[in-house]
Ligand binder design. Structure first.
Ligand SMILES: Cc1cc2nc3c(=O)[nH]c(=O)nc-3n(C[C@H](O)[C@H](O)[C@H](O)COP(=O)(O)O)c2cc1C
Length: 139
């Protein structure tokens, strides 16, 4: 099974989360500035939120992909105020015709003193467990 991981990370949180997914999947995570040309079974995509929005580079990256070459998109993210960045990313990928997994991962991400320290060790462990579940199901 082929897996790829891409993220956009303004403050380093999604990058840190992507590393955890990468450890589980045995794949090096890359930012969305790294093109994906191979066909993949699972593409993990992660991002946070800034001023209420997921960065537009996630959509720009999605537009470079062929939905026929990505069997399933799995979303993860973090945020301090809104519930989750996942619905915004889901909308982006679904509108472009991707198969987006119903399962996703979300946790708190610090905004100064608000949810300070997140994602923390527990968040990252929960993400590790989530990634394992996704990859076990698929293999
Ligand atoms: C300056 C700043 C602005 C933020 N704005 C928002 C926001 O508008 N809504 C929200 O839910 N979270 C907000 N956050 C929380 C981030 O989404 C959270 O830290 C997330 O983990 C960042 O992920 P990233 O570092 O991968 O970009 C903000 C954080 C900072 C530091």
């Amino acid at each position: 099974m082929k897996t790829a991981i891409r993220y956009y990370s303004k403050f380093g949180h999604s990058a840190q989360m992507a590393e955890v997914v990468g450890e589980v999947a045995g794949v090096k995570p890359e930012s969305v500035s790294t093109p994906l040309t191979d066909e993949v079974d699972i593409l993990f995509i992660g991002a946070g939120v800034f001023l209420g929005k997921v960065n537009g580079s996630i959509r720009d990256f999605a537009r470079t992909l062929d939905p026929k070459k990505v069997k399933k998109v799995v979303l993860f993210g973090s945020s301090a105020i809104i519930d989750s960045p996942v619905p915004q990313m889901r909308k982006t990928f679904e509108e472009l015709g991707f198969n987006v997994a119903a399962e996703s991962f979300n946790c708190r991400g610090a905004m100064g003193p608000v949810h300070s320290g997140h994602p923390d060790a527990n968040d990252l462990q929960a993400l590790r467990d989530f990634a394992k579940q996704i990859l076990i199901k698929k293999s």
